[in-house]
Ligand binder design. Structure first.
Ligand code: EPU
Length: 423
């Protein structure tokens, strides 16, 4: 298992180019199941979750081709599908595998997908995906850890989500494109990744209106065709590097991003006294002045993303004053807090609130990454810690950040990937 060795105290300066959005690329690759024609997708981030999605689709007889490996340009073609199954071995490593459920039942009339089970950040059930598919006329059974959905043809319906779900919205959006009649999704997720998926589906011939708003209308069609699409930039990777610039007192230009998707993060940075300057496709962060504590509530988009909560906590340890961070999306997303405390942070967890008292001098320690964004927060903390931090289990970070150590090294960080040192 790889580790990162990070020596803190370097001021980061220069430019970082942002990769494509992992959480956009995942449903977009799953959308290849909806058509027999080829889908050409560009700007796919070279991260492990996308390799897992490729494996899953290949397992389902989708022809996945790339010029070289790893690549950011994929061609996917699901010419023939036959009784396809998403097996537990793949689903357990990546929950987003459940995104194949809707497209499979819509195109083939049958889908068998392993239930994902619990995960490090919360229970994360998929009951809302299942309930929505039932409303679209699918017959659902659950047996032996698998959910099986069958339908001759899905029928349009009005679906009101009990709570906002990102992949649930995406799953049902894909399913509804091939349903008979109109589907209305109410209380839908408004994330830019949902809008990106809808943009691709419309290029494929779907009739979707309102993606990016709480009400999405879909007029079902009988067939979808191939298309070409470029994935939007990853707003969470951009946010993570913005915090790296601010924390280290650096001057970073975050290029190839979409500042329009970063509003909540930029507002929070401004509130903390961090200076940023945006153009149409970049944000410069100047961390030359001290920053102050600021409270934070995670919310669905356009609120502050839960996927940036851990990174913001690392920033809060270096802010003057007390920050109260409230996690509203997942019930167990404070695993990074204990590791930050081991590095000298003053953090108290009270239910779904974390009280962070700053500013504390962080000191290097051996720490353990527990999930993707938790690992990012440990990398950030290590950048300003006194001494050399060793972060174990960085495979978590490889799931969602493309070459983070190379990008950080290029702007001055002292970071090195090392193999497992234990026998
Ligand atoms: N929920 C249910 N039932 C469902 C679906 C969701 O109760 O059927 C609950 C969840 O347990 C959670 C809340 O609803 O408490 C929101 O979950 P959501 O379904 O929106 O999460 P997700 O779609 O599984 C996506 C991202 C996550 C991100 C969340 C929230 C992808 C592939 N994943 O997950 O990304 O944290 O939305 O924004 O898009 C990450 O990239 O590190 C990551 C975890």
């Amino acid at each position: 298992m790889d580790k990162f060795r990070i020596k803190g105290g370097k001021i980061l300066k220069g430019q970082v180019a942002i990769s494509g959005a992992k959480n956009s690329a995942l449903p977009i690759m799953a959308a290849s199941l909806l058509t027999a024609e080829p889908l050409h997708v560009h700007n796919i981030p070279k991260v492990r979750d996308l390799v897992t999605m490729s494996k899953l689709l290949t397992f389902m007889h989708v022809h996945v081709s790339v010029k070289e490996f790893p690549s950011s340009d994929y061609t996917l073609q699901a010419t023939r599908l036959n009784d396809e199954v998403a097996p537990y071995e793949l689903v357990k490593t990546m929950r987003a595998s459940t995104l194949v459920l809707g497209p499979l039942v819509a195109r083939c009339g049958r889908a068998r997908v392993s239930l994902p089970g619990g995960c490090a950040i919360g229970q994360r059930p998929i009951d809302l995906h299942i309930k929505g598919l039932e409303l679209l006329g699918a017959k659902i059974t659950q047996e032996h850890g698998y959910v099986e959905a069958t339908a001759d043809r899905l029928r349009g319906a009005e679906i009101v989500f009990d709570r906002i779900t990102v992949t649930g919205t995406e799953d049902l959006l894909m399913a509804a494109t091939l349903a008979e009649g109109e589907t209305i999704l109410q209380n839908a997720a408004r994330e830019p990744e949902v809008a990106d998926l809808a943009a691709l589906l419309n290029k494929m011939g779907a009739k979707i209106q309102g993606a990016g708003t709480p009400t999405i209308k879909i007029k079902g069609v009988t067939k979808l065709k191939g298309a070409r699409h470029r994935i939007i930039p990853d707003r969470i990777e951009a946010g993570t590097f913005l915090i790296a610039g601010a924390l280290t007192g650096g001057d970073l230009n975050i290029a190839a991003c979409d500042p329009a998707h970063l509003d909540a993060i930029l507002i929070k940075l401004k509130e903390s006294g961090v200076k940023t300057k945006s153009t149409a496709d970049s944000v410069r962060v100047m961390g030359d002045n001290p920053f102050t504590a600021s409270d934070l509530n995670t919310e669905e988009y356009p609120g502050f993303p839960t996927d940036m909560q851990a990174q913001f906590m690392a920033l809060a340890t270096q802010a003057e004053g007390t920050s109260i961070i409230t996690e509203n999306i997942f019930e167990n997303r404070f695993m990074h807090a204990q590791e930050l405390v081991r590095m000298g942070a003053n953090i108290k967890i009270e239910g779904h609130r974390a009280v962070v008292r700053g500013k504390t001098q962080l000191s290097a320690a051996a720490v353990l990454a527990s999930d993707l964004r938790a690992s990012a927060s440990l990398v950030l903390a290590a950048l300003v810690a006194d001494g050399e931090t060793i972060i174990d289990r960085v495979y978590h970070i490889d799931r969602g950040y493309e070459k983070i150590e190379e990008k950080l090294k290029a702007v001055g960080a002292q970071i090195r990937r090392i193999g497992n040192m234990l026998p």
